[in-house]
Design a protein around this ligand. Structure first.
Ligand SMILES: [Fe+2]
Length: 234
């Protein structure tokens, strides 16, 4: 399986604080049967230019690769794909370097939506992003459900030719998690991510979510997720 949303890249954001922590997180992913991990540090346009972010990301990725090589564990760790979790803002669709923020080697871009009721302009930005040949992947849909409750925004988003990523925590919250299983059953959740930041409060936990999905919905659901994940990275 592939973990599509992680903050494992060292010293990029509020995730991993260094290469040792990143290595331990990757070992944990591997022990849960995760074969590939997409590295998605936060990108906030109001804080940093894309040029500066890309330069930092390159250096961080290089440092992590060196440490993995030195560890001699490369073959037992997941494959890594550079990406970003890009916060949507007014004007994002015309950002020149936007394609560089997509998952490397693909046209899929992980987007964090604003944490407020979405204005009409947000949908225009999504259309603009698609017009540039990029495929939006909406990060942790579950985080927006409450905020958009009084609107038809979630329905509209789900019907707008985007991929939906949900976090494992959506599935791992007991009775409240029933909505997650319902959406997955209806094939309205396409990709999963642990959104891990460390090994303690927000650890890699895709393995536990997959066990529960397998138990509740059967192996077919896991296979469908696997198939979709591989297709995105191919
Ligand atoms: Fe995240």
């Amino acid at each position: 399986m592939i973990d599509f949303h992680t903050h494992i890249l060292p010293k990029m954001d509020d995730g991993s604080r260094g290469t040792e922590e990143s290595l331990r997180m990757l070992r944990e992913e591997s022990s849960q049967g995760i074969s590939a991990v997409v590295l998605t540090p936060h990108y906030y346009a109001e804080k940093e230019t894309p040029e500066k972010f890309l330069k930092r990301r390159e250096a961080s990725g290089r440092r992590l690769s060196e440490v993995i090589d030195e560890s001699g564990e490369k073959s037992s760790l997941p494959d890594l794909f550079l990406g970003a979790e890009v916060k949507v803002f007014s004007g994002i669709s015309s950002l020149e370097l936007l394609p560089e923020l997509a998952i490397r080697g693909t046209r899929y871009i992980l987007l964090e939506m604003p944490f407020e009721p979405w204005p009409e302009s947000i949908f225009r930005e999504l259309s603009g992003i698609k017009a540039r040949g990029l495929h939006p992947v909406i990060a942790h849909l579950e985080r927006y459900l409450q905020l958009q409750k009084r609107t038809d925004n979630i329905e509209r988003l789900m019907n707008s030719d985007v991929l939906i990523q949900c976090n494992t925590e959506f599935f791992l919250q007991g009775f409240k998690g029933r909505k997650a299983f319902q959406l997955l059953k209806e094939d309205r959740i396409h990709l999963l991510g642990s959104d891990c930041h460390n090994l303690t409060s927000r650890p890699p936990n895709l393995g536990s979510a997959l066990d529960l999905i397998r138990k509740k919905l059967g192996e077919n659901s896991v296979e469908r997720l696997m198939h979709r994940s591989k297709k995105v990275l191919s």
